[in-house]
Design a protein around this ligand. Structure first.
Ligand code: NAD
Length: 437
């Protein structure tokens, strides 16, 4: 199939490359000329495992190209809209101006029978509004909403072999045609019996935000238990293991720590709350404000724990911060708890030296005031405390005996409860976890 992908960020660049890898002829379009220049040269503008290989192979096949000109979408039958929907400045609502602009820009290039497919995460009601705009344009195009569930760090695999597909389509013949077109796009996933939910626009939009709200709630639930464990002497890790054995609960997403971040979960739960309030049902998801508040308190907890753990005043104390990205296997620092902790400690006067396998450049752009170091040994040398805030495998693999020879004071705050506390203590470290004695 001939496909265009509008917006080539974390979602769109992966989607365009993966669709070409699956055999489609794809053009990826973005307004960011630097991003398009990089992609056209076969370079990924961000770190995502497996993407360089897929991009290179798709470019070599001749099935993938990139452009800054929206007119290049003409001739494709299916047009994915994968532009950003960030949090509006000064509000919790989603900024839909990029989605609106992308659809407006596409319309003059649509032919009758073309399918415009929304992939961006949007507040419920957006698709119905855009469908009316598309109908009024007289372009003959149809709109479908096909929310994306990929996880950064596993984005290529999640796109090529998703765990489910959701199509929000209009009623009637136009909807049936849209389903047939999407089934052709996702032929390989359909052939392997990937669960498929065909529904209306509103349900498709809500599935995405409901999934993110559930995951955020699960994380904040265990972090709330960590808060109680901290004042009662219980161990939240053992608690999570014990409740996780209940198959109705499950152990995944029950890791207490510094909390969630990134370009999706925080802004999606806030936008959901804002949209529910607009719809007069703010009380239905009012608990998400608490989920958000618990999450933000955990960052503060790691900062406070570090200050308490120091055997000297925080001012000018060297604090080694391990991790900047919001999760391992990503260079994404949008709303990253790790970067937030580093910035807050710096704000208290600590001499923060931060390291990360992939996210230093993105962090430096946002917070040039921090000291960044690529070398782990240099990061640790002379530190009065070490704070682990992103569970990269290279940090988990640190030998505590070796690390103890480098630091001034062997004190570690494990903001992800990911280290073997007994092993670190045996190597002479004072170990602090979250919600653990
Ligand atoms: P991003 O900021 O990395 O990428 C968005 C891209 O859209 C940018 O490159 C920007 O230049 C481009 N863009 C903006 N306006 C444009 C226009 N008018 N025409 C063409 N390009 C335009 O964001 P992202 O992380 O890729 O997220 C995109 C959407 O996907 C969001 O709604 C997000 O919530 C959703 N989503 C993201 C993920 C994820 O893991 N990143 C997962 C699922 C869903």
């Amino acid at each position: 199939m001939k496909i265009s992908v509008i917006g080539c960020g974390y979602l769109g660049a992966v989607h365009a490359s993966a669709m070409a890898e699956l055999g489609h002829e794809v053009v990826g379009i973005d307004v960011d000329a630097a991003k398009i220049a990089a992609l056209s040269a076969g370079k990924t503008p961000f770190f995502e495992p497996g993407l360089p290989e897929v991009l290179t192979s798709a470019m070599a096949s001749g099935r993938l190209r990139f452009s800054t000109d929206i007119a290049d979408a003409a001739g494709a039958a299916v047009h994915f809209v994968a532009v950003g929907t960030p949090q509006k400045k000064g509000s919790h609502a989603a900024d839909l101006s990029y989605v609106d602009a992308a659809v407006e820009a596409l319309l003059p290039h649509m032919a009758a029978g073309d399918l415009i497919v929304g992939k961006s995460t949007v507040p419920v009601g957006t698709a119905a509004r855009l469908a009316a705009v598309i109908t009024a344009s007289g372009s003959g195009a149809t709109l479908a909403w096909n929310p994306e569930f990929l996880r950064e760090g596993f984005a290529v695999q999640d796109t090529i072999a998703p765990d489910r597909l959701v199509y929000g389509v209009p009623a009637g013949e136009a909807g049936e045609r849209a389903v047939a077109q999407l089934n052709e796009v996702y032929a390989s996933a359909i052939a392997t019996q990937t669960p498929l939910v065909v529904t209306d626009y509103a349900t498709a939009e809500l599935v995405k935000v409901a999934a993110n709200a559930f995951l955020a709630t699960k994380i904040s639930f265990i972090n709330a238990m960590a808060e109680i464990a901290e004042v009662s002497g219980a161990d939240v890790t053992q608690l999570a293991d014990a409740i996780g054995y209940d198959s109705r609960i499950g152990r995944r997403f029950l890791n207490a720590g510094v909390g969630f971040g990134g370009g999706c979960l925080p802004k999606d739960i806030r936008a959901f709350t804002a949209r529910a309030e607009e719809l007069g049902r703010g009380e239905s998801v009012a608990f998400l404000k608490e989920v958000d508040a618990i999450n933000m308190r955990r960052r503060q907890r790691v900062v406070d724990l570090t200050v308490t753990a120091l055997d000297r005043p925080v001012y000018n104390a060297k604090v080694a911060v391990l991790g900047l990205s919001f999760k391992p296997h990503s260079d994404d620092v949008r709303d990253s708890p790790a970067l937030d902790v580093a910035v807050q400690l710096r704000g208290l006067g600590a001499n923060v030296v931060a390291t990360d396998p992939q996210a230093i450049e993105n962090s430096r752009t946002r917070h040039p005031q921090l000291n960044y170091e690529t070398d782990l040994e240099v990061t640790l040398r002379g530190a009065s405390a070490v704070v682990l805030v992103t569970e990269w495998p290279e940090f988990k693999a640190i030998d505590p005996v070796w690390a103890a020879t480098l630091v001034e004071t062997p004190t570690i705050v494990d903001g992800r409860n990911t280290l073997d506390a007994a092993k670190w203590r045996a190597a002479g470290w004072t170990y602090y976890g979250l919600g653990r004695p």
